[in-house]
Design a protein around this ligand. Sequence first.
Ligand SMILES: Cc1cc2nc3c(=O)[nH]c(=O)nc-3n(C[C@H](O)[C@H](O)[C@H](O)COP(=O)(O)O)c2cc1C
Length: 209
Amino acid sequence: MSLENSKKIFQSLIYSRRSIRVFQKRKVSYKKILKILEYGVWAPSAHNSQPWRFILVLNQNIRSELIDEMSRLYKEDMIKDGLTEDEVNRRLSKSRIMLNEAPVLLIICMDKTVLWSYKDKQRDENEFIMGVQSVAAAIQNILLGAHAEGLGACWMCAPLFCRTLIRKILRLPEEYEPQAFIILGYPAEKPNPPPRRSVNELTHIINSL
Ligand SMILES: Cc1cc2nc3c(=O)[nH]c(=O)nc-3n(C[C@H](O)[C@H](O)[C@H](O)COP(=O)(O)O)c2cc1C
């Protein structure tokens, strides 16, 4: 493929990818899910440590238990924050519908065992951040890969807020740090692109100090 063609395809994917939160009932084949996860595996990672781990929740009862228990925790937090009962219920029902109805639910974890360890706390913390950044790169590849395969996906941050609970319910190793959900399926909506700030506004050019 010519460079001009690959540039066109790249631009079209980058600009047309949207977070998809409403899906058709149509099933996504296991083969397709694996293909999309493989795009994630080709992301860059610090020391090529590949700290991402993909948890595919197929069992509906386990998915329901996970969503119920996470909602319980989220509700407690929102009540502590002083939100009204109506607002709590509104927020909960929105994310519960997304998580329950998405054809595919993935939990993206970081495996801490593959991170480098040092003698000082600061460098260990930096290594942790490198792991988080690497996992985020994989998630972005997965979102773009899903879009390229005709699917829609949304990155959801809820697992970060209940890492222990997720490990407990799914019996994940202590070293797995749940980072995000990805919900996936054939899109049933075509959202408008949320606005972006201009690159000029966001770029600082240093010529001299
Ligand atoms: C770290 C991260 C966490 C996110 N968490 C959520 C979430 O919990 N729920 C949700 O609906 N969207 C979530 N999103 C999606 C963003 O809302 C979305 O990417 C943003 O509004 C821009 O829209 P676009 O992806 O269609 O360009 C998250 C995105 C990122 C990168």
